[in-house]
Design a protein around this ligand. Structure first.
Ligand code: GAL
Ligand code: ZN
Length: 684
């Protein structure tokens, strides 16, 4: 994955540019675009994502001259191309001639063309047409010198509940279960008289009178992700027939629930991610960091690519706040600090028409004489100066475990509470880490954990035996684990584990529970003990009626339905320690920060600068300090160094990469509002 990206960055440096949709413009505008791109330092643009109807206006009738000209123009200007197979949005002729190629929703509505993404992933008409257009594009441009990367489709994420998808679903289930008996057992169909006597009876989870089968729903999610992965692989295989070397990828969408990126990552030559943090959210800087940590986790801790972001406002929220150029710079350099070796945008030139005409761009509709464009140019110049960061590894010692089946299972209907949102829990735990100056990878429970000193599992509702065994071995071998609320309750089919909970892990935690207990509004007070004595806490949303089986009690419920029962505990297991956090402590005054601080301390993980709103990240021997606030801030360099890699901890001075200014390592660093400073440690 990282090798695919290195191929590009070795040649081009930090990638800078965005989606480019020349089919919306006259050739005279293309020439202006290319000149302005050069001046802005753009080195890579994504072309063709939505070009299908412009290339193939009628079935089998191709118009390539315009695309030839665009690629030649870009190449002559030294701008590389990430060329799309334009299959995300089929032309109207496909839906018109093959109405069956249109997607059907769970309630039977057929979605029309006239927008984008209107295809059924198992429609033969769509798939044949998509392979045919990809074939034409790849055959024609595989030898074009501008092309450096291929972009299959766009943001795969659409699903369909039609009869043909039902057939594909049955095929997928046959391959997974072999026999109807096995399927009936896996889906526990004796509940509510759902036993299937014939494969033909099995359907996707369509709109039904009451709750649907949770195991069927989980399998349909897996199937949906696999079906789209098939489509992606089909596109990649077409490209590979013509181009054996250049990386092929598609763009992920951070914490998007539709597809499971852990199943996709091996097929992506570059981990590419789109991110649109909401400038209106006070948590945007921390949550944006979390999305970057996911991308890096998917890339095995290595480099990844920001494929899309907004230069200022988006247009798809209800109320779309703009971003100042200073704030944009902070976001772009934040991603770079977190291992993102490129900053691409949607899009280069703002549209004048169509649904996205109010979406910002690197070149606004108001033209080049704008603050947004001036900011884009300045950023392009800075990224050239920061090339030395490319490929460097981010310094991190903590992992956050996250997986899609847990997310899916914990957001189904008919749970103890609908108020415990797994993603919100993950974000809440990460926000505490972020405030403490701790950088963490987001990884899957099956990923190698040995390199991490501390592993947090805030929301792993699903825990299968092999993953539990790996966590056991990790802790027994000296690792530190913090286990969150409503964790390990179910297997991969959302069947509850039998026995006291979390059954596969209770011997590691030294705690076991017998009942999930939603807490009254206002929560329950908890009293702290041991290393947490003196803290105060409130458990909200959900707790568990638990007892310790050998763990040291760190917090007990004072009142409410769980009065007297253990809320937080710590247990020595082999050479390591496991912490149990049985309730949601992430609310105001909840006490989560105290627990995580103590666990970090126990694991020997140093905290960072801890200036409110200021983030410090070490990438290689370079410190990136980011002020995410609109106020001036001051960073104590010694504190940032203490959390740095061994090699620079003893640095006597730090040099500003962009200005060459030297800072004494014992000094303080002033940061203007939204300022970012990039410092390299020196041992002199
Ligand atoms: C992405 C998409 C782009 C553009 C962008 C606007 O989801 O891939 O084509 O629509 O959103 O924010
Ligand atoms: Zn379908």
């Amino acid at each position: 994955m990282t090798a695919g990206l290195a191929r590009l960055t070795d040649e081009l440096g930090i990638l800078y540019g965005g989606d480019y949709n020349p089919e919306q413009w006259e050739p005279a505008v293309w020439r202006e675009d290319v000149a302005l791109m050069r001046e802005a330092g753009v080195n890579l643009v994504t072309v063709g994502v939505f070009s299908w109807s412009h290339i193939e206006p009628r079935p089998g009738e191709y118009r390539f001259a315009w695309l030839d000209d665009v690629l030649d123009l870009l190449h002559d200007a030294g701008i590389a191309v990430d060329l799309a197979t334009p299959v995300a949005s089929p032309p109207p002729w496909l839906g018109h001639r093959h109405p069956g190629s249109l997607p059907t929703t769970a309630d039977g509505t057929v979605l029309s063309y006239g927008s984008r993404n209107q295809f059924c992933p198992s429609s033969p008409a769509y798939r044949e047409a998509a392979v045919a257009i990809a074939e034409r594009v790849a055959a024609r441009y595989a030898g074009h010198p501008a092309v450096r990367m291929w972009h299959a489709g766009n943001e795969y994420g659409q699903f369909c509940w039609c009869d043909r998808c039902a057939e594909r679903f049955r095929d997928w289930l046959r391959a997974r279960y072999g026999t109807l008996d096995a399927l009936n057992a896996a889906w526990a169909t004796t509940v509510w008289s759902q036993e299937y006597g014939d494969w033909a009876e099995i359907l996707p989870p369509r709109v039904a009178p009451y709750h649907r089968n949770p195991s069927q729903e989980l399998d349909f999610r897996r199937f949906g992700s696999d079906l789209l992965l098939d489509l992606y692989r089909e596109q990649k295989a077409v490209v590979r027939r013509h181009d054996q070397g250049r990386p092929v990828t598609t763009n992920l969408m951070g914490f998007f629930g539709g597809i499971d990126p852990h199943d996709w990552r091996a097929d992506l030559d570059v981990i590419a991610d789109d991110a649109y943090p909401d400038p209106a959210s006070p948590d945007a800087p921390a949550d944006a960091a979390l999305v970057n940590h996911l991308a890096r986790g998917l890339a095995g801790g290595g480099s990844w690519l920001r494929m899309e972001q907004a230069a200022s406002a988006v247009s798809w929220r209800e109320h779309n706040l703009t971003k100042s150029p200073a704030r944009l710079r902070t976001e772009v350099l934040q991603a770079l600090a977190h291992g993102g070796d490129g900053a691409l945008f949607f899009q280069w030139r703002q549209a004048r028409s169509g649904p996205e005409r109010f979406h910002s761009a690197m070149l606004p509709v108001a033209g080049a004489d704008t603050a947004v464009h001036a900011g884009v140019r300045a950023l392009g110049a800075e990224l050239r100066a920061l090339r030395g960061l490319v490929g460097e590894r981010v310094h991190r010692r903590v992992a956050l475990l996250w997986d899609w089946p847990s997310w899916w299972a914990a957001t189904q209907v008919a749970l103890p509470t609908a108020r415990l949102d797994p993603l919100a829990t993950l974000q809440a735990w990460h926000r505490e880490l972020w405030r403490l100056g701790v950088v963490a990878d987001v990884v899957a429970p099956g990923d190698p954990l040995q390199a991490y000193d501390l592993v947090l599992a805030p929301a792993l509702t699903v825990l299968e035996r092999p993953a539990a065994d790996r966590l056991d071995a990790y802790v027994a071998g000296g690792g530190h684990l913090v286990w969150g609320p409503f964790g390990g309750v179910a297997d991969g089919l959302a069947h509850l584990h039998a026995g006291r909970s979390p059954a596969p892990l209770r011997h590691v935690l030294g705690v076991s529970a017998e009942e999930w207990v939603p807490l009254p509004d206002g929560g329950s007070a908890v009293s702290w003990a041991g290393p947490l004595t003196g803290h105060h806490g409130t458990a909200t949303t959900l707790g568990e009626r638990a007892r310790t089986d050998g763990a040291e009690v760190l917090a007990t419920y004072d009142d409410g339905p769980l009065a007297g029962s253990v809320a937080v505990a710590r247990h020595a297991h082999g050479a390591g320690r496991a912490w149990y956090v049985g309730a949601d402590l992430s609310g105001p005054g909840g006490g989560l920060e105290a627990v995580l601080r103590a666990a970090l301390d126990d694991a020997g993980v140093a905290l960072g600068g801890q200036v409110p709103g200021v983030e410090t990240v070490w990438r290689g021997g370079t410190l990136v300090a980011l002020n995410h606030t609109d106020r001036p801030a001051t960073l104590v360099l010694a504190a940032a160094l203490a959390a740095g890699p061994d090699g620079v901890r003893a640095a006597a001075a730090l040099t500003d990469v962009l200005t060459d200014a030297r800072h004494d390592a014992s000094a303080t660093l002033p940061l203007a509002p939204y300022d970012v400073v990039v410092l390299t440690g020196r041992m002199t």
